[in-house]
Design a protein around this ligand. Structure first.
Ligand code: SF4
Ligand code: SF4
Length: 104
């Protein structure tokens, strides 16, 4: 009976498996469409309750120093880090935030 010899050792095989997995992950991340978010706030309907501010994971929203027609400091977008997660729109009690997702 012939015996089978395997060169290399188990740790080499594990490493190769990991490399294959990593390369598949890289392939996926390179082929997946990148998405950016953006929000539009209806500032005249905003009552400045500030609920949306801590709801944003990327600190995109802050209250303006200016006030709207009703005298409220309204919410505004302060950076470009929106990922379109919609948390702000979900928590806004007056539904004044619209979220857009843009494929890059
Ligand atoms: S959609 Fe998400 S990331 Fe964008 S402003 Fe609202 S909470 Fe922040
Ligand atoms: S949760 Fe809505 S009403 Fe309150 S500050 Fe934010 S946008 Fe304005």
């Amino acid at each position: 009976m012939k015996s089978l010899s395997i060169s290399g050792n188990l740790s080499n095989f594990v490493t190769l498996k990991k490399l294959k997995k990593l390369s598949n992950q890289n392939l996926k991340s390179n082929t997946m469409a990148k998405v950016k978010g953006d929000i539009v706030i209806n500032i005249e309907r905003c009552k400045g309750c500030e609920v949306c501010v801590p709801a944003c994971p990327n600190s995109v929203i802050a209250l303006s120093k200016n006030v709207n027609g009703k005298g409220y400091h309204y919410a505004e977008s302060v950076n470009e880090e929106c990922i379109g997660c919609a948390s702000c729109a979900i928590v806004c009690p007056d539904g004044v935030i619209t979220v857009y997702k843009v494929k890059l």
